[in-house]
Design a protein around this ligand. Structure first.
Ligand code: 3H9
Length: 693
């Protein structure tokens, strides 16, 4: 065996040379990997006894892509293009042997190989679009030459991983080899193609499938139209489509040039910077500095949920989906029956859409038990309380749980703003208590804010993180403060939105600005959807806010056909002349002199106070890192991923600019805009939230 460099070795086995890469964790295409590829192939060819090369990787995966952490830094070592040319231009066949995931640049490497074999568990994909990019090393030009235009469009714009069997079916993989026997299988395959004198199959020369789509622009028009909603706001999907169009309409080398140009545009833009940042943020969020990965965890085999309402039911479904039995407790039989029936209906609807079998539905329902007796939770390893958001009721429940549930179990509260320490004080074991703040619908929304109480133990935190991952959530660990991270920042935006409609904007102006920014909907459309009467009571209502005025008129949102907007039978929203008149009257009554408010002001008033609040949250240590705050907003509140979250957005604008605006607003409108000390400090030092370590 010859050592090529620190990550590559070459072993000659008769007429086959095996080039092995070993660059943990994912064999990303760092400079040493690119050097190893180019040098390895060259060295194999220098040996005249060698008739074929197998390219294989050590560790858990084939090459998982370019090294994202190298992006934006000065280039080093062999360029990726030289490495790819060395492979594709080789005078003997190179066979890619794929296990784990061949992703992005990794699949692009495999596409320059003359043949590809894979184990059945392997997956291939071009996920660059998820990083705001496109496959920039020939992937968009080679892929359609093998799989055809339609499949290529879907793969590059979705970024989804495709299983080996499907890859074999579409010709992306030439042969499947036995699981666990990749090396032997790939060598045998290489020997076979040598024996059969098979030609060097260079994908760049395969034109039939792209030519078939030439002169048919309607293919692309239809694809764009069908996916317009999915791609809204994102730049990368359109650039990916343009590349596939180039593959169809231009000679290969011209297509490569077009791909390169579009790649560089994306690479230097803010969207990709944001999406790459989010990639690392999604991984960092699981790391808790004082709770190391080897912290002992509590085995969770049985879960209890208190409350069978919308929230409790959704929470229970998460565990049932993960194969964990749940006992759900209610106080009244009819509420329990309703809750259980809703869960069944949700599963049956999923089955109707073909995403579960009837047997899956029964299996899940078979793991669910309903009861009116809290005592039945005695042997549960984890109990999640999802009762009414009221401190006295929650404390009463926790007092009872303390007496009933076995020692060592986790006692979690699904509260969205109450003080977890006060809830924990109702027990003699505050170390077992933690907040699990789910977002509605709890079986769908990815975010889970885990609220660390003053006394929550490390095993309780580590287990909560582990369980969150198991039930498919993305968990951010936050501290106790009103509204925690997400709702605390949301309150800033809500306050400004309400003020803006008095000062001169209309609800649909505010909503349009935030929708155009990239949110799925604006705050007023959101309120109408959720119901304006959440937390509203007829008895206490005193026409003191627009919301109260609307509720008093029975305009309680979509469910009553009217709220801030008017709705037709299909729930399509229309700006409401009634609401417009009410707002003008209300503003006059309050003595407000309405003025024209620009879209820029709407955006700054809604977003900058959120960034400022995020800074306060960091200052107070209620979030571990600024990127955790961004994860909360992207996964819980629909913040557009291509803007990286509010804190990243602040960094992108420049904290000095955010600070200057906050000071200006403070001067005009008062203390609500007072900048946080951290914002002042970072802006003064020319630093960003990301620079905080
Ligand atoms: C590209 O290829 C552009 C090309 O077209 C070329 C143009 C010229 N780079 O996710 P995990 C790290 S763009 C650097 O926890 P898993 C990751 O940060 C790229 N680092 O493991 C983590 O570090 P840490 C296209 C990377 O088993 C560790 O590896 N490719 C990269 O759950 C383990 O990762 C992609 O977008 C990378 N490319 O999942 C694939 N990938 O331990 C991105 C991972 O310090 N990667 N790391 O936190 C993935 O989807 C998953 O990592 C993978 C493994 C499925 C591979």
């Amino acid at each position: 065996m010859t050592v090529i460099n620190e990550v590559a070795t070459l072993a000659v086995e008769g007429e086959v040379a095996v080039l092995t890469l070993n660059s943990p964790p994912v064999n990303a295409l760092s400079a040493p990997v690119r050097d190893g590829l180019a040098l390895g192939v060259k060295q194999a060819m220098a040996n005249t006894a060698v008739k074929a090369v197998v390219l294989i990787c050590e560790g858990k995966t084939f090459i998982a892509g370019a090294d994202i952490s190298e992006f934006g830094k000065p280039p080093k070592g062999t360029s990726l293009f030289d490495a790819l040319n060395a492979i594709e231009g080789a005078s003997i066949p190179v066979v890619a042997a794929i296990h784990g995931t061949a992703l992005g640049g990794g699949l692009e490497v495999a596409l320059t190989c003359h043949y590809r074999v894979a184990v059945p568990s392997a997956k291939c994909g071009l996920p660059e679009v998820k990083l705001g990019l496109l496959p920039g090393a020939g992937g968009t030009q080679r892929l359609p030459r093998i799989v055809g235009v339609e499949k290529a469009l879907e793969m590059v714009t979705s970024g989804e991983h495709v299983g080996a069997a499907a890859c074999a079916e579409m010709g992306l993989v030439d042969a499947l080899v036995d699981e666990g026997k990749l090396r032997d299988g790939a060598i045998a395959f290489a020997r076979k193609i040598v024996a059969e004198k098979r030609p060097l199959k260079r994908v760049r020369d395969m034109n039939e499938k792209v030519e078939a789509a030439r002169g048919k622009p309607e293919i692309f028009a239809a694809f764009r139209k069908a996916n317009a909603k999915r791609f809204r706001g994102f730049q990368a999907p359109e650039s990916n489509i343009k590349c596939i169009e180039a593959a169809v309409n231009l000679p290969f080398d011209e297509g490569l040039k077009a791909e390169r140009k579009l790649f560089m545009e994306l690479m230097t833009g803010t969207q990709s910077a944001a999406q790459r940042y989010v990639f690392f943020a999604e991984r960092a969020v699981w790391k808790v500095p004082d709770v190391p990965e080897d912290t002992q965890t509590i085995p969770i085999a049985k879960v209890g949920v208190i409350g069978a309402g919308t929230m409790g039911g959704g929470i229970a479904m998460n565990f049932l989906n993960a194969g964990i039995p749940v006992t759900i407790v209610e106080t009244k039989q009819d509420a329990l029956d309703r809750g259980l029936a809703t869960i069944r209906k949700n599963y049956e609807n999923t089955a109707k859409r073909g995403r579960l079998t009837a047997a899956d539905v029964e299996k899940r329902m078979g793991m669910l038990k309903g009861t009116l007796a809290l005592e039945e939770l005695a042997d549960r390893d984890l109990v999640i309380e999802a009762v009414f958001e009221n401190m006295d009721i929650k404390k009463e429940v926790f007092g009872k749980l303390d007496r009933i549930v076995k020692q060592g179990a986790i006692l979690a509260t699904n509260t969205s703003y109450l003080n977890v320490d006060e809830i924990a004080s109702a027990t003699k074991r505050p170390e077992s208590v933690i907040g699990w703040h789910f977002f509605s619908p709890a079986n769908v929304m990815q975010l889970l804010e885990l609220v660390r109480g003053e006394k929550s133990s490390k095993p309780v935190i580590a287990t909560s993180m582990q369980m969150a991952r198991k039930i498919g959530k993305i968990a951010a660990l936050v501290g106790v403060c009103p509204g925690f991270v997400g709702n605390r920042m949301l309150a800033q935006r809500q306050r400004e939105a309400q003020k803006l409609i008095l000062e001169g904007a209309m609800p649909w102006d505010v909503d349009r600005v935030l929708y155009d920014f990239g949110f799925p909907m604006g705050p007023f459309a959101m309120s109408d959807l959720a119901g304006l009467d959440i937390g509203w009571s007829k008895e206490k209502s005193s026409s003191s806010t627009m919301r109260e005025i609307l509720c008093e008129m029975d305009r309680r949102g979509q469910k009553t056909g009217a709220g801030f907007y008017d709705y037709d039978a299909e729930r399509n929203a229309k700006p409401s002349p009634v609401v417009e008149k009410l707002i003008l009257e209300f503003a006059a009554k309050k003595g407000v002199n309405r003025r024209t408010i620009s879209d820029d002001e709407i955006l700054e008033r809604c977003v900058y106070p959120m960034i400022n609040e995020g800074a306060k949250i960091l200052e107070e240590g209620k979030a571990i890192r600024s990127s955790d705050i961004d994860i909360v907003w992207i996964n819980g509140y629909g913040w557009p991923v291509y803007r990286g979250g509010p804190m990243f957005y602040g960094d992108t604008i420049g904290l000095d600019k955010v600070l200057a605006k906050m000071k200006q607003f403070e001067g005009q409108m008062g203390a609500e805009f007072a900048p946080s000390k951290l914002l002042e400090k970072l802006a003064g030092e020319g630093r960003r939230f990301q620079d905080l370590k």
